[in-house]
Design a protein. Sequence first.
Length: 282
Amino acid sequence: MPKSPWSTPAPKALRADGVDVAKIDTSATPGFKGDKKVGEALLAERREVLSDLQEKLYANGRSGDPRSVLLVLQGMDTAGKGGIVRHVIGSVDPQGVDHAAFGVPTAEERRHHYLWRIRRKLPRGGQIGVFDRSHYEDVLVVRVHDLVPPAVWEKRYDEINKFEAKLVDAGTTLVKVAMFVSLEEQKRRLAARLDRPDKYWKFNPGDIDERAFWPAYHDAYQAMLDRTCTDHAPWHTVPSDRKWFSRLAVTELLIDALQNLKLDWPAPQFDVDEQKRRLSRA
Ligand code: ADP
């Protein structure tokens, strides 16, 4: 078998314990020795593996298995969350995906606890859930912009850890991914959106204002990683200046989560030989 271009498996190379956000090299490819060409070729292969595993998860869910996988995507604007949804999640059967994006809370959502809207979108058994932004916005944007007093967001880290522990106990594997791009790369990506009519829809003038808050976001991301990277639901930091790498990395993290479920095809609820005999006579 040819040697893998991963010198350290992605789940280990990217695990966020002890990460210093200010020191993340956003153009690095931790654990991966190959270049873009190697990465893209591998991604094509690994998408197939992911797709097969997802089908098994779905099949088991149809037979009553309560287990699910939840991909939580956080990242600054332009970090590539949408690309992960399109290029990684896009390789699996959409029937098996529960996707949810969390933006500025609606009037109704604001009347409830911040986890209310999250609970309503949790994946059902057999599904891969995808959160494009998540409950972590309530300790990121909310903290950076003083949307609630510090005493309120301060309590949320422990609350989130308990919430996630319950999810894990109920059979959900969390794959938490924090994507990081450099300020310069973000500028390039925003400029590209302004250069192309087919990208205007992705541009939000507010994204430029958010750039001034970069240091405050770094602090908020640091606190999030320090306080919510738990053994039951660890964070992974994914350098995302190179899109091919972030997509490959998240694919590997999902494959690992699914493989850890040790899924088999569900046993038939009928006698196969008898059904073959019946079919031959039908
Ligand atoms: P995106 O920018 O991901 O394409 P949207 O245009 O819907 O998606 O924007 C999402 C915006 O909603 C982001 O600026 C994000 O910070 C904000 N947001 C998400 N959750 C919250 C929250 N709980 N409180 C305030 N703002 C939030």
